[in-house]
Design a protein around this ligand. Structure first.
Ligand code: AHR
Length: 623
């Protein structure tokens, strides 16, 4: 391997090369990244008509002691359904009334994580024409153990109009599968709506689950593509993501049924929150919009203009001044400063659909006119032929076997170079199927090879992100994923760890690196120089994927660098390998397949490095 460190042929890697792609799939957001513990908080999940489906809310009591139904009496006009609960018994009627009274409970998303000593903010909207004696409690999964309780008491007149009740509950015990209960010991008719429970310590106080965001922050993502792929399209347009419905006070959001991944979301994690998350991560938001095309229906270009205006409004919401129509809504939500929205992806995997291009052009010219600096991303693949329409970037998605993915390290070697043509946004890639299972070492090794290829081709590839990002272990709609979690634990799959090897690459300098070896050796290599933001140290990092099953002794020569520039101590070797190709991580063994670091002692301008079979190695030489 010869690395040319002279600087003569080096070039800058785009600042945005590696980022993340968040999709509301696998309960990634609802019941995941978004810390809301109550599922179906407004009783809307069955749709706007009553009687409505209140799942997963359940009833405490039986037909002699309680009647629960829904009606449209809510005080919130965009989500009118409320729950009506009629307690038929007083606690004294011990042969009808359960001890502890009657009521309803919400188990959250496969149980709420309640931890001793932590506080939880519970908010509910309540109305009754009678005196109120309501117990609001966090309880163990079987309802037997009380973890925290508050009582809401009032006279007949106190709650005769809808009243917002806010409580801080401190947990005196821990249960990772707890539930929230609303119970009464008195005969009464009580209406409930918009019931929320959130841990009080969320990431930056912005409502995101801390440990999950920390795992994202550890990847140093330069962008976040959101809110999804198919999720944006919908099976039908009526179920597609509509940003307007996801902004403003949480109580007023109608929520929607994502019909591709087949679950309801209350849209607590809405358009504003995605922009906020991007800002918190120091990542550029990449807003994927629906351009009037779903999986099964499409708007004709002649009638798509209202959709175009809708998206222009969304851009004003993100970027407009606090005195603009939509910017003022953002300001009211607590963010008077504009968000830095610079990229819009028009549609997802829709190229070739009947009205995609016609609609695309309407969106393209309207956005370009109003916001000339915004980079626009087309769904059509420009890697092997020139696009027949204007675009700044084109989407490239690849889900394939391990061998194929590894060979695709060379996919963009063949792409025509031009100064003005659109660059590639590899916005979804992953090894899938038998080679990957739920996240194997083999899959990650092949992806490492692919990413090395992207880095080498970063003159024509501007951005790349793995997909999907998250899976709630209770809802594997799509495997594999980068991060697996349940209500209280999380771990990275090997694919997550591979991404860690690239987190210093965005904005770094790429050096020419050429392997001279016989073709039976499956090795791909890239070399960069980068500066640590923590220590200011400069490193020359060589990343080497040995996809073969033999040890490789690699002779590395660094030309154009005086060996005196290499510090005698401080170089580091990081290796990702595993004894079995299908090895995976789990809650029990979260770091079974994870990078291992050691001091790299023989760093120099001429060195021999032994690469284990099936391994990914990074050598950071301290300069
Ligand atoms: O990443 C999962 C899905 O794969 C995305 O929603 C879609 O864009 C692709 O088909």
């Amino acid at each position: 391997l010869i690395i040319d460190a002279s600087g003569n042929s080096s070039r800058s890697i785009p600042d945005t090369l590696f980022g993340i792609f968040f999709e509301e799939i696998n309960h990634a957001g609802a019941g995941g990244l978004w810390s809301e513990l109550v599922s179906n908080r407004g009783f809307e999940a069955g749709g706007p008509n009553t009687p409505s489906n209140i799942d997963p809310w359940s009833i405490i009591g039986n037909e002699s002691s309680i009647i629960v139904s829904t009606d449209r009496s809510s005080c919130f006009i965009r989500n009118e359904v409320a729950l009506r609960m009629e307690a038929l018994c007083d606690a004294e009627d011990s042969n009808i009334c359960p001890a502890g009274g009657v009521g309803i409970y919400n188990p959250g998303y496969w149980g709420m994580n309640i931890e001793q000593g932590k506080t939880y903010k519970v908010v509910l909207h309540v109305r009754t024409l009678e005196s109120l004696n309501l117990s609001v409690s966090l309880r163990s999964s079987d309802g037997l153990q009380d973890l925290a309780t508050a009582n809401v008491i009032g006279d007949a007149s106190d709650f005769s109009n809808w009243t917002k009740v806010e409580l801080m509950l401190e947990a005196k015990g821990t249960d990772h599968k707890s539930r929230l209960q609303l119970t009464t010991m008195r005969k009464a008719v009580i209406w409930f709506d918009q019931v929320s429970a959130m841990p009080s310590d969320t990431y930056n106080g912005h409502g995101f689950r801390k440990e999950l965001v920390s795992m994202l922050a550890d990847l140093k993502p330069r962008f976040i593509r959101f809110p999804g792929g198919c999720f944006v399209e919908g099976e039908w347009l009526r179920n597609a993501f509509r940003w307007r419905e996801t902004i403003g006070p949480w109580e007023e959001r109608p929520g929607h049924f994502g019909d591709v991944w087949k679950y309801w979301t209350d849209d607590g994690l809405g358009y504003f929150e995605f922009l906020q998350l991007a800002e918190d991560l120091g990542a550029l938001p990449i807003w994927v919009i629906n351009n009037g095309v779903s999986h099964n229906d499409q708007v004709h270009p002649s009638t798509v203009l209202p959709f175009v205006q809708d998206i222009l409004d969304s851009i004003e919401f993100a970027r407009g001044g606090a005195d603009s129509k939509w910017g003022s809504v953002r300001a009211e939500m607590g963010h008077p400063e504009p968000f830095q929205l610079t990229h819009i992806a028009i549609g997802n995997e829709d190229c070739g659909k009947k009205h995609y291009l016609g609609n695309y052009l309407k969106f393209y010219y309207a956005i370009r006119d109003a916001y000339p600096d915004i980079k626009i991303i087309s769904n059509c693949d420009g890697s092997s032929r020139q696009l027949d329409h204007p675009a700044d970037l084109y989407d490239f998605h690849i889900y394939t076997s391990a061998n194929n993915m590894f060979s695709m390290a060379h996919q963009f070697d063949r792409t025509k170079r031009s100064n003005s043509g659109p660059k590639a946004f590899v916005s979804e890639y992953a090894v899938t199927g038998r080679d990957a299972g739920r996240g194997s070492f083999l899959a990650s090794l092949a992806e490492a090879g692919f990413l090395v290829g992207l880095e080498r081709n970063s003159d024509v590839v501007e951005m790349a992100s793995y997909a999907p990002l998250f899976v709630n272990d209770n809802d594997h709609r799509w495997d594999p994923d980068a991060i697996v979690f349940n209500s209280w634990q999380q771990y990275g799959t090997p694919s997550y760890w591979v991404q860690q090897f690239f987190k210093e690459s965005s904005g770094a300098t790429l050096l020419p690196a050429t392997v001279h070896a016989n073709s039976s050796i499956s090795v791909v290599v890239s070399a960069i120089t980068w500066q640590s933001s923590e220590s200011d140290n400069y490193y020359l990092r060589t990343k080497i994927v040995n996809f073969g099953s033999n040890i490789v002794n690699l002779t590395i020569s660094i030309t154009g660098l005086d060996s005196n520039y290499i510090k005698s101590v401080g170089s580091i070797k990081t290796v990702l390998t595993s004894s079995n190709l299908m090895d995976a991580n789990s809650f029990q063994e979260p770091n079974k397949v994870a990078p291992v670091q050691s001091m790299f002692e023989n760093a120099g301008t001429d060195m021999v490095v032994e690469l284990s079979p099936r391994s990914f190695t990074a050598l950071d030489i301290l300069l």
